[in-house]
Design a binder for this molecule. Structure first.
Ligand SMILES: Cc1cc2nc3c(=O)[nH]c(=O)nc-3n(C[C@H](O)[C@H](O)[C@H](O)COP(=O)(O)O)c2cc1C
Length: 349
């Protein structure tokens, strides 16, 4: 299946189906000599793991990662790093009811139209479980990024239309959704601190365009904003422009960060502010109208276990995709100036 790889220098390929034997990721282009152990990856995977709260699916997996290649004596070797997570908690029988029926809001109909065959157990490649591979790759990227002082802060921004800081209101929204056999959407915010100025290329490979692609490729993400994003459309230029000032040391600083750390597709050295809008979980327990593979009208009741909102488990996926993209742009940017290349290789004359 095309489209399973992302990145240029730090290139990830996720593989596997939700109810197959395992899922995982191959990372090609990770620099050699990075200390890497399973525990470095597990810590981030554990944040995505199902069954952790009342609002995340009850499927219980230990999601233990195995490093199959690319690491020798605790260090990356520069060869492809293959990471595998076995699927243990199969409940494929839960999905028998949807074998021949298209779940509204999910990828069943479009997969069938495209390929004429689909792994209906848990959605196969379109399952949220595919994101475990992304998170494992993100953990490797973050390990290297941390060495360069780059850090990530991710949080729910809103859930079901209410600000996430209002915890009581969020809880009420979620409880009401559960009671109604329904689901809600929400917004995840990820702030990346310590990113140097100069990442991203003009035109098609702008830093904001690459981050948008990375994050929009996560299942159920329907919108991505950088900085003020959609709100900037109703601001005046005088409000939206971030004034520049030189500090005492003569360095360029900005008085605000409406741009979210990116100008002209190139990072400006301030925090990168990303927001991702998740739609409500498509699989809901309510009876829904749908159509069968044979194109007959049917009513559908979905079994299986599904999150009332994807926001909690989606947070670490947004962070991982931001990390993979930023590291990829950093590795590429090393060749942006002749002086950098000459400094690296030296002058042999
Ligand atoms: C971490 C994560 C968990 C998800 N869990 C579920 C789930 O339990 N049930 C479901 O129907 N969709 C779930 N999804 C969403 C589907 O994967 C997604 O909606 C589906 O592939 C259709 O793609 P689209 O929404 O991008 O159009 C999850 C997505 C992510 C990122």
């Amino acid at each position: 299946m095309a489209g399973s790889s992302f990145g240029k220098k730090f290139r990830i390929t996720t593989w596997g189906e939700s109810h197959g034997p395992a899922i995982g990721v191959v990372i090609d282009g990770c620099p050699a000599g990075l200390d890497l152990a399973e525990a470095d990856i597990q810590i981030m995977l554990d944040r995505r793991k199902p069954g952790q709260s009342r609002y995340a699916t009850a499927r219980s997996e230990d999601d233990a990662v195995e490093i199959l290649s690319g690491v020798f004596e605790g260090k990356t070797t520069g060869t492809p790093i293959s990471l595998m997570i076995r699927n243990r908690d199969h409940h494929s029988a839960d999905y028998a009811a949807i074998r021949d029926v298209y779940r509204p809001g999910h990828a069943d109909y479009t997969f069938d139209e495209k390929y004429g065959i689909r792994d209906y157990r848990g959605g196969g490649r379109s399952s949220g479980r595919e994101t475990a591979g992304r998170v494992a790759a993100g953990a490797v990227a973050e390990k290297l990024l941390r060495e360069m002082g780059i850090s990530f802060a991710v949080r729910p921004f809103s859930i079901g239309g209410v600000a996430a800081v209002d915890e009581a209101a969020v809880k009420a929204r979620l409880e009401a959704a559960i009671k109604d056999c329904d689901s809600v959407g929400g917004i995840v915010e990820c702030i990346v601190t310590g990113v140097p100025a100069g990442l991203g290329d003009p035109v098609f490979d702008k830093a904001d365009a690459r981050l948008a692609q990375a994050i929009m490729s996560i299942g159920a993400v329907k919108g991505v904003e950088i900085g003020d994003g959609f709100a900037a459309a109703s601001h005046r230029g005088s409000e939206n422009n971030d004034a520049f000032r030189a500090d005492e040391a003569g360095r360029v600083t900005k008085q605000a960060n409406h741009a979210g750390g990116i100008l002209g597709g190139i990072t400006d050295g301030s925090d990168i502010v990303i927001r991702a809008a998740f739609k409500p979980t498509p699989s809901i327990a309510q009876e829904q109208e749908s159509v069968s593979r044979q194109h007959e009208n049917v009513t559908l009741t979905i079994g299986g276990r599904h999150d009332p909102t994807i926001v909690h488990r989606g947070m670490v996926v947004v962070e991982a995709m931001a990390a993979v993209t930023i590291l990829d742009m950093m590795l590429e940017n090393m060749a942006s100036r002749a002086e950098h290349v000459i400094r690296f290789y030296g002058n042999k004359k």
